[in-house]
Structures are given as C-alpha cells and as structure tokens.
Design a protein around this ligand. Sequence first.
Ligand code: AMP
Length: 567
Amino acid sequence: MDYSELAEVYEKLEKTPAKLEKTHIIAEILKKTEARELSMLVLLLCGRVFPAWSEFKLGVANQLMIKALARAYGPKETEINQKFTELGDLGLVAEEFARKRKQVTLLRKKLQLEDVFRNLQEIAKQTGPGSQDRKLALIAELLARAEPKEARYIVRTVLEELRVGVAEGIVRDAIASAFGIPAEEVEAAWSVRPDYSEIARIAKEEGERGLKKLKLQPGIPFQVLLAEKAPSLEDALKAFKRPVLEFKYDGARTLIHKKGDKIWIYTRRLEDVTSAFPDLVELAKKCIKAKEAILDSETIGINPKTGRPYPFQMLSTRIKRKYEIERMMKEIPIQTNLFDIVYLEGKCLFNLKLSERRKLLKQVVKVIPGKFQLAESLEEPELKKAEAFYKKALDAGHEGLIVKNLDAKYVPGRRVAGGWLKVKPTLENLDLVIIGATWGTGKRAGWLGSFILGCRDPDTGRFLECGMLGTGIKEKKTSPEDVTFADMTEMLKPYIERGKDGRVFIKPKIVIEVAYEEIQKSPEYSSGFALRFPRFVRLRPDKDPEEADTLERVKKLYELQRGRGQA
Ligand code: AMP
C-alpha cells in the first residue's frame, strides 16, 4: 500500500470529530488492506510502530526534528524555528517546506506503508552513542522521499503527536464492523491479547472463530482489573453485599505467570519486568504450588533499616535499572502481596467469584511472611472494625485500602462497577504560583498550553518548580466560572520574561489553587518534589505570590501522605 493512502485517511480522520464516521473510515481501509500489511496499518493508525506496552519508544524531541527538517529540505534551523512559532505544529512546518522544495519529484519512488513502518521501527531501536545522529539520518531520509502531506503525518508520528483521534474503542468497533464480528468478541479477544494490530490480522484471516481461540495463557500479558475511587470508606462498604477489605500497597502491580520452571512478571501496563526481579522469580518458583498459574499481586520495596515500605519511586528505580540488579536487590529488597489468581492448571478463572478465587489462591501459595505473602485482608467487616483496619494500613505506611466485592468476577481491562473500590486519604489543595509555561501546539497553538508551578522558598524568596499543569483549564468557555487557555495566556503574557524552544519563563505573579493525587520526590524539579496529576481548581486573585504555599508545606504534605517520612 502507498503511504499516501494512509495520509489521506489520517486527513479524513482529522477532519471529523464524529466517532461513528471515524469508525467507518477505519473499517473501510481495514477491509481494503491485505492481511500482510494489516498489523502495520493498525499500529500506524494509532500513531505507533510497536504495541503500547513495548519497551521501544520513538523518543524524538522537537529539536532533533528541526535538524532533520533542515537536512531534508535545506532551510536554516532558525528559519524552521520561526515557522514553528508561527504554525505551532512541526507537521505543518514539514508540509510547507516539502511543498517549497525545488527538487524534481518525478524520479522519486512512491513511499510505501512498509517503508515508513520499518524506518520508524529502526528509529525507535537506536540507542547509545551516536543514536541521535542515526535517528536524524533516518528521519531526514524519509522526509526527503515524502510528498508534502505525507511529511505532515510522518513528522507527527515520529514526535508521537499524531492527534487524529483514534482511540482504542474506535479501532475495536472498526475491526468488528470490517469483518462482521460482534464488538464484544473483539473486546474479549483484546483483553487476553491486548494488541489490536494482531487482532485485526486474525479477524481478517480467521474471522470470529480465530478470535475465540485466543485464550488467557501464561507468558502473554493481559489487561488487568482496575480499581475505582470511593468517596469514603463508609460508601465503599455500602457498595457491596459481601465486601472484603485489603491493604492498598503502594508499589508495582506484578502479574506473576508460571509455566513449569518458567516465570514471567508483567506490570499493569503489560511491560515485561521479569529481568528486574530475579528475587521475585525465585520466590515464585519456590512458593507457587502449581505447574501453571497466573497470580495478581502488588510488590513493594522495603527499607531494610526500618522494615517499613519505601515510597513507590524507590522501587521504580529498581524496575528501570538494567545493570547492577544484584546490588539493587540488596538495597531495595521486595515484598510481594498476593491478592488474586486468574489461571490455574490450564483453566481461566475470570468467571469464578472472588471468594472462590481467594480460596484457590490460599491453596496454591506457600507463604513466606514479609516476602511472599497474601495481602492483609479483613472479610465482611462492620464499619468500626473497618475503620480500625484502615488506620492500621496507614500506620504501617501503606496507601489506604481496597474494598472488593467477594461475589465479583475478574473482569479484565475495565473499571467495572462492582469490582474494586480504592479508599485513600485525600490531600488538601495547594496555592501555587505560575513561573513558566510552554506554548501549545496543534489545537492549542497560540496559547500557553501547560504551566510550570512554583512553591515559595521563604529563605531565598525564590519560587521553586514543583509540577507542570495542563488539566482543568478549558479550551472553550461553557460556563462563566471556566478559565480557558486564552484567559490564562492573556493574563500571563505581560509577565513573560524570556523563552526558548517554545518554553517561557514567567514572573511569579499569578497564584492558582491546584488539586493533585500525590506528591513525589523529583530530581527534575528545583523544589525536589513533583505533584502527580495536578489539576487547576481556580484562580486565587485574592492571594499575593508571597502568600502562596511554601516548600516547607509541600514537604510536610509529602511526609504526611503516608505517615512514612523520607525514603
Ligand atoms: P490506583 O493505581 O490508585 O488506581 O489503584 C489501583 C492499584 O492499586 C492496582 O493497580 C494495584 O497496583 C494497587 N494495589 C495495591 N494493593 C492492592 C490490593 N490489595 N488489591 C488490588 N490492587 C492493589
């Protein structure tokens, strides 16, 4: 298939916001595409060249793209930068320079879908010394061959900013409609084989029968059950006839797959982290009394000096580590807390009640206390006991509780009512000062798009970065109290001091109230802390920047959030 055909499809998708129409457009191209090219097409439609969980990422920054554009089309980087500021989208910049180029186009061989796909995969695989240069060469080579419209979408794909609005639900419905298969069947297949590029190919080649053959099996990750938020412990208890409470540990979700001597460990995002956890692999081999099983658990890091849980970031340094794993195992020993079993000796257990799965879990696991154990739980509690249990979890340094329904099935990949409800303390909002921002791109071009938050350091009078916020600010005003990106831009423009690469420094003048999920330690921000998932709540024109929350306050809240103090 010519890549230009896909570029046409992208353009159509970009033009229509209607879900049904998008589904129809995709279904049409799925029908037309040969099975051989189908997987590549589906990935590219989603703006990827590997499934979402793959360790390979394109990882190309704007600066490198600007260099690639200069090499492919000849203009100076300053000229490209200027155009970028004007258009706010390097895809459009590429399109314009591709159109202006003087080269004779007749001799160019048309770009094939497969050429683009393979080349992008190569880009993602480059690592180590010289990798930036190699990436640059690969991008420039593609761009030199591309028609203007093709260049627009190649650039956006490489930057991982495709923005044609193809969510996974749309791909599911398009596969269903293209090959005449009920959407629920496609979804069921996806929950045990979470890769629509593979599912589209099977649907085309083998139809519904082929999809039905896809079963949960050890060694292949699946979409895990997720939790919903409960407003309070009392509400959570009322939600189910037979609730069970469990500690909510703050670590990594670890899905432990066992088949004979082989163990795999997957995270909730389906990443294979087996090599990061040789200690867990050993424990799983020793303590799972079954030939084949898949267990669900949360693994936390334990501070060897205090015996208390480390915050998640400590464990995450272990997960990311590729070298010196032995040393990390000593510094950050783990504890795995098991709470579910979904596969046993060839059988999928999704349809059993949680109460039955818990029984099987107890039978299958040989517990090593403090290392490989069942999640601490309390069955069918009344409120008083539940409250005491909640306090016990927090006192022990855990995040809160998860309330589960003993009558519920394990529904993979969905936040289903009737499954798990999480209960954790909410943190008070912070009043912070905007000290920087980045210019938006695409739909938000011309507006400041995300805002750097600062807390006050009373000792120096400076404001220190503690997060980046884009959520909660509206694109359009739908009610009078809405604050839009245009409002923010107008308000902040007079205070812009200087800028570079689309990022600006802003005089600390404007205070806003910010909600967030959690505070983490962060070496990247000058305060040493980062708010996770910050959300704009409202402007605080009543507050001077000197009255904004201080570094001390952020630190206090960080320590308070789990009663566990510093790592
Ligand atoms: P959240 O990430 O806040 O949506 O909370 C859900 C996550 O809590 C799960 O994905 C698990 O990683 C984690 N978790 C910790 N303890 C448990 C538990 N006892 N049962 C289920 N999930 C747990």
